[in-house]
Design a protein around this ligand. Structure first.
Ligand code: ATP
Ligand code: AH0
Length: 401
């Protein structure tokens, strides 16, 4: 069947992802039709399945750079694949079965490419250049076998192999689902790490002007600080209430904003390798002379997140958006949202819920779309966002048995 004929029939797809917060598996069961600009996605059900505590601890340890043997890595890989397969099975209960799974897996390592600015022809293995490397575990072949559903996984590797960052990948999906005829929009994801898709008004050569990059920490430092300040009793600050009772220390925010990452021009990507435990401990050391209360520390880290986002828009966008649409868990942090609005006074800051796209499951939905595109032969990366020299098909296909 021709791809456009195939796209006319809605396909039932499951999108699965566990992000940099490592809080659990976000699963979305969706019905998709169309191709790109006529893409239609209906979310039938979205669920988050928390990881068993022991798996979460092991993932966080690996992400923090702890040594792991190959045998332990193999075990963790399969434990994650089992958990993802279970999530895929559970989400279909009470629904017509899905025919395709897009599984992002669990990122345990992400290294952006070095030697930025080289031309395509300059990428030579073993010479002066170094490609990026990004490892998502929870092998797709096992998910396909356990669920009996064709599964697409390893979405980042093809983009990285041609010199891209392999991230962020969601901007192309955002552009198809959230563009507006008159309005320039920033779709700001607030997961462990933040990333943005800038979508100009949908006219003339708008596609060429779409941009995307990782903005830096969103909740990663905040969550780690909450765990540190409560000796592990709490994992995050519900609604940002604790932070809201503190006062940001602007001198520290200024100091922290001088970090190289925030000044690097896009395309760029990052992860817990940079904005993780060691980074938080540096921040806490910097804060000592100011004798801040725990609430002040959280307010100051929140300010770092929002100031780095606002600063990156002001510095790197061709023009400011007319609207910011938040998604990801941080969109539920009302204090963070309020602070971002204060820094962007002339731009309404809303959530994607308010334009009809579920803010909690947008990433899971995006990986369902990327899998669907893979099956139709449509590339999933946006070179302006990943830095790759061209578009490529994303994902490895594991047929069901
Ligand atoms: N009600 C809430 N109030 C405050 N913060 C919240 C709330 N709900 C979720 N969060 C924050 O959002 C985080 C989870 O966000 P999300 O699930 O989008 O991250 P992720 O998908 O793991 O990350 P990434 O997008 O970087 O891959 C939690 O760790 C927490 O910090
Ligand atoms: C390597 C990796 O897993 N990166 C994630 C992470 O979480 C947010 C940000 O950093 C983003 O670049 C990316 O995820 C989303 C899903 C993306 O690729 O668009």
């Amino acid at each position: 069947m021709h791809p456009t004929e195939q796209a006319a029939i809605p396909t039932r797809v499951i999108g699965l992802i566990s992000g940099t917060s490592v809080d659990g598996i976000d699963a979305a069961l969706v019905e998709i039709s169309g191709t790109e600009l006529d893409l239609k996605v209906e979310l039938l059900v979205g669920e988050t399945y928390p990881y068993p505590g022991e798996i979460r601890e092991r993932i966080l340890a690996v992400c923090a750079g702890e040594a792991i043997s190959m045998a332990e890595l193999a075990e963790l890989d399969d434990a994650i694949a089992f958990a993802f397969a279970k999530a895929a099975q559970n989400i279909q209960i009470g629904h017509q079965p899905a025919t395709l799974i897009g599984s992002h897996g669990q990122t345990v390592f992400h290294r952006p490419p070095a030697d930025r600015g080289l031309e395509t022809g300059d990428w030579e293995l073993g010479k002066k250049t170094r490609l990026g490397y990004s490892l998502q575990i929870g092998r797709g072949a096992l998910i396909a076998y356990l669920t009996g559903i064709t599964t697409i996984s390893n979405f980042r590797v093809a983009d990285i192999a041609i010199g891209g960052h392999g991230a962020p990948l969601v901007p192309r999906v955002d552009a198809c689902l959230l563009s507006h005829p008159q309005e320039g929009r920033c779709i700001q994801n607030l997961g462990g790490i933040g990333n943005v898709a800038y979508i100009p008004p949908r006219r003339d050569d708008w596609l060429a002007k779409i941009r995307g990059w990782d903005t830096g920490p969103a909740n990663s430092l905040l969550d780690l600080a909450v765990q540190h300040l409560t000796a592990g009793a709490k994992s995050y600050d519900e609604g940002g209430k604790w932070a809201a009772s503190g006062t940001p220390c602007y001198a520290l925010v200024e100091q922290w904003l001088s970090q190289d990452y925030f000044h690097l021009p896009p395309p760029k990507s990052t992860g817990r390798e940079l904005f993780g435990v060691a980074y938080l401990h540096e921040c806490l050391k910097d804060a000592e002379p100011y004798q801040l209360s725990p609430a002040d520390i959280l307010a100051t880290l929140t300010e770092l997140t929002v100031a780095s986002i606002a600063h990156s828009y002001q510095t790197f966008l061709p023009q400011m958006p007319q609207r910011v649409l938040l998604c990801g868990g941080g969109s539920r942090n009302l204090y963070l949202k309020q602070r971002l609005q204060l820094l962007l006074p002339s731009v309404p800051v809303l959530t994607t819920d308010e334009v009809g796209l579920n803010a909690d499951f947008k990433e899971a939905i995006a990986f369902a779309v990327l899998a669907y595109w893979r099956q139709l032969g449509i590339p999933g990366n946006l070179p302006a966002a990943t830095g790759a020299p061209c578009e490529v098909l994303l994902g490895e296909v594991h047929q069901s048995q």
